[in-house]
Ligand binder design. Structure first.
Ligand code: 3HC
Length: 287
């Protein structure tokens, strides 16, 4: 893409698993300079450690040389304030799955960044149209939904809000493709295609466990060995984070009013207990 529409520098808001995964993928596959902002220094520290360990593994496996690994590393920088993202042509927000948090980030970004910059959100279930409505240039806002672990999963879901311009959509798609991803497009409906399908499936598995239909091991084994899923649904829910699953399911349930999206009682109780999956060391399984 030529001239002022080219994506030359990428900004990331949020240094969690998703944000750092996107940063690493943009810096390695798309060879773009990436600036990462997170208000938590602890989160930044963890994110940088994750990047270093994934690059070290790639060197160890002979996929890249030490010099290439250093180049990728040097393309990722951490910034101390959101306004340091002002020269980014595309910013991907990967902060908490909370509408107010996202609206405040987008409102600030729309004032900080150039009028031509694309403002993308990695939300898994919040309306792109609603996020766009909080900014001065809603036509620049778009959904770019990556999957965890970002460096491994081949898909990015592209979502246009009602206000998203065709140019914003095609620039976001080009960026995702430059990151080596296949792109599918979804309308701005609750959960888009991916989570509208995945969340009732995960919830059904949790309800099977709740009703004592089978053990957690057998529920997961059924899907792994019977349907060739890489992880069983309870393992996958732990991997995504049970708090994230609950937040997505609550959004789907609230926005559609359809009881097929109602989160199971057990999922709510697991989150109440703080047993939110891998990141907490305990979910349906212990880690
Ligand atoms: N970050 C980066 N890479 C990772 C990783 C991470 N967190 N975790 C694993 N990997 C890499 C490993 O390093 C390894 O890479 P290599 O082949 O280059 O060495 C590769 O993934 C395979 O890992 P392992 O050999 O350790 O383990 P598995 O073969 O069991 O694969 C898995 C792990 C890729 C996570 C696989 O189990 C899987 O595909 N699980 C399903 C994941 C999934 O469905 N993700 C989507 C979740 S939904 C989502 O994100 C949307 C949201 O809105 C909810």
């Amino acid at each position: 893409m030529a001239g002022h529409l080219a994506i030359r520098t990428v900004g990331i808001v949020g240094a969690g698993q998703m944000g750092m995964g996107i940063a690493l993928t943009a810096a390695s596959r798309a060879a773009l300079p990436v600036k990462v902002f997170d208000k938590s220094s602890q989160q930044i520290e963890g994110g940088l450690k994750l990047v270093a360990s994934l690059l070290a593994k790639d060197v160890h496996k002979g996929r890249i040389s030490t010099d290439e690994s250093k180049d990728v590393h040097s393309r990722i920088s951490v910034v101390s304030a959101l306004d340091k993202l002002k020269d980014c042509d595309l910013v991907v927000e990967a902060a908490a799955e909370n509408l107010l948090v996202k609206q405040s980030i987008f409102s600030a970004l729309s004032q900080i960044c150039a009028p031509s910059s694309v403002l993308a959100t990695n939300t898994s279930s919040i309306s792109i149209t609603k996020i766009a409505a909080s900014v001065a240039r809603p036509e620049m806002v778009v959904g770019l939904h990556f999957f965890n672990p970002v460096p491994v999963m081949k898909l990015v879901e592209l979502i246009a809000g009602l206000q998203t311009s065709p140019s914003t959509l095609s620039r976001a798609q080009s960026f995702a493709e430059a990151c080596g991803k296949e792109v599918t497009q979804s309308a701005d409906v609750p959960g888009f295609v991916s989570n509208a399908l995945l969340m009732p499936f995960l919830n059904e598995a949790i309800m099977c466990l709740e009703k004592g239909v089978a053990t957690k091991e057998d529920i997961d084994k059924t899907l792994r060995l019977g349907m060739a899923h890489p992880m069983g649904p309870l393992q996958l829910a732990d991997f995504i984070g049970l708090d994230t699953c609950l937040a997505i399911q609550q959004t789907l349930h609230r926005e559609t009013g359809d009881d097929k999206y109602r989160p199971s009682v057990l999922l709510g109780r697991m989150v109440d207990a703080g047993w939110v999956g891998r990141k907490a060391g305990k979910g349906f399984y212990e880690y």
